[in-house]
Ligand binder design. Structure first.
Ligand code: URP
Ligand code: ZN
Ligand code: ZN
Length: 464
């Protein structure tokens, strides 16, 4: 199969020019002006942007949490991602305490196999790591799992103590892997929650109020110190507030290898959503929580300046009916997380490019290229170059849409609400190629399935 994309404006993290792109099989074979090659399919991209497929390095499909599972599995979630212009995700496999990480990896392979429409990799969530099991990390690297998420939050569930953090950091550093961190001091947060619940504070508003920004900043500081000593590259996931960003910048200034991502919810939304009537605030109960709106602009500025490397979604959808509702009597019982896998590219194009915060190259960098480079997938993924996977999005920069769970054209996620209900955006995904297959054409899915597991490279290594 071959595809010729003609007349488009080709934008990567560094380039911006008019060119045709010829795709043969799964790869980009030719880029040039007015290509005259024969192709099975010809797509006219005049007036459109031709950009690398989006990469979302933070999703939770089919994930058990708080007695429930996220509402999207690898089938529905990867289709929704494709509609939104994302062609690669990195999901999180979870290790059960006392069991092997390799067992956790097998379980997540079974969840995904044969279901995905786009390509996917796995991070490993490490919940414990005794000395005698450290050898598992060598095997994980061989299996292409080169980043490990660790939690300072959720005591008794995903939390790991500082000794476990340090031990895992040290080993990850030795094998060329990266540590991802959920930076919230969960031990102190649980004390605050206990105190507030005893005073009768049980509504969703208290989810935000019991998780102060300072305890996110403290966790960044502590992890950065441990990573510095353990000599491992650190990556802060779902960074949500300026206090935490300040600690990232401080650590970087003293030479720590530390990067971070933020998510659209921390750029567009704020903690006033928790006060919505009729328990509606539960829709935005996630950890870390939405913050005061004074944090939105500093995070945008961090993204513009490069202090924040990229935008991921932390897509963790739970239906309002039947799932979020489990916490009607007590906010701690609300499953944590919100949907967004489908909305990321349009939101960031709108907030970044249309609203004038940054240009097209940075848009591509924060939605695709940076994730490929940080997580060992470049240049196979994350760019439009000869020999790269033909993961390509034809993006209409002018189309305006209103995101709504009740509009089937803007909502394909299998969840009964949108975190961005009613938000008007400019910039929309029109056509999507995943390794050369046209999977979305003019906003319709024309082919599903076919997504493959990606074995990722170590930090700093290229992936063919
Ligand atoms: O609330 C969230 N973010 N749920 C997903 C799990 C995590 O911590 O990323
Ligand atoms: Zn997390
Ligand atoms: Zn997450």
């Amino acid at each position: 199969m071959s595809v010729l994309i003609k007349n488009g404006r080709l934008v990567t993290a560094v380039d911006d020019y008019y060119a045709d792109v010829f795709v043969q099989g799964e790869k980009i074979a030719l880029i040039g002006a007015d290509l005259t090659v024969e192709a099975d399919t010809v797509i006219d991209a005049a007036g459109k942007l031709v950009i690398p497929g989006g990469i979302d390095p933070h999703t939770h499909l089919d994930m058990p949490f708080g007695g429930s599972f996220t509402a999207d599995d690898f089938q529905s979630g990867t289709k929704a991602a494709a509609f939104g212009g994302t062609t690669t995700i990195i999901d999180f496999a979870i290790q059960t305490q006392g069991r092997s990480t390799l067992e956790g990896l097998d379980a997540w392979h079974s969840r995904a196999a044969g279901k995905a429409t786009i390509d996917y990799g796995f991070h490993m969530i490490v919940t414990d790591m005794p000395v005698e099991r450290l050898g598992e990390i060598d095997k994980l690297v061989e299996e292409g799992v080169t980043s490990y998420k660790m939690f300072m939050a959720y005591p008794g569930v995903l939390y790991a103590d500082d000794a476990t953090h340090y031990r895992t950091y040290r080993k990850a550093g030795e094998v060329g892997a990266r540590i991802s961190l959920h930076a919230e001091n969960g031990i102190v947060i649980d004390e605050i929650i206990r105190r507030e619940v005893a005073r009768g504070h049980v509504t969703p508003t208290w989810h935000g109020k019991t998780r102060p920004c300072r305890l996110a900043a403290e966790a960044v500081f502590r992890a950065a110190a441990m990573a510095e000593v353990a000599e491992v590259p650190l990556y802060i996931v779902h960074l949500d507030c300026n206090d935490a960003l300040v600690e990232v910048k401080r650590a970087r200034e003293r030479g720590v290898d530390i990067l971070c991502e933020t998510c659209p919810q921390y750029l567009f939304l704020d903690d006033s959503f928790y006060d919505r009537p009729n328990f509606e605030g539960a829709k935005w109960v996630m950890s870390p929580p939405l913050r005061h709106r004074s944090n939105n602009e500093p995070l945008w500025a961090g993204l513009t300046k490069g202090d924040i490397s990229l935008v991921a979604t932390d897509h963790a959808p739970f239906n309002f009916e039947g799932q979020k509702e489990m916490g009607r009597e007590l906010f701690t019982k609300i499953p944590n997380g919100a949907p967004g896998i489908e909305n990321r590219m349009s939101l960031i194009y709108h907030g970044g490019v249309v609203q004038g915060r940054f240009g097209l190259n940075r848009f591509v960098e924060v939605t695709s290229t940076a994730a490929a480079k940080i997580f060992g997938m470049f240049p196979k993924k994350g760019t439009i170059a000869i020999g790269s996977d033909a993961d390509i999005v034809i993006f209409d920069p002018d189309v305006q849409r209103t995101i709504s769970a009740s509009d089937p054209a803007t909502h394909h996620m299998r969840v009964d609400y949108s975190a961005y209900e009613g938000l008007e955006v400019q910039g929309w995904t029109e056509t999507v190629l995943s390794r050369g297959r046209v999977i979305v054409q003019d906003g319709q899915m024309v082919q599903d399935g076919g997504g493959k597991y990606i074995k990722r490279a170590r930090c700093g290594e290229l992936l063919r």
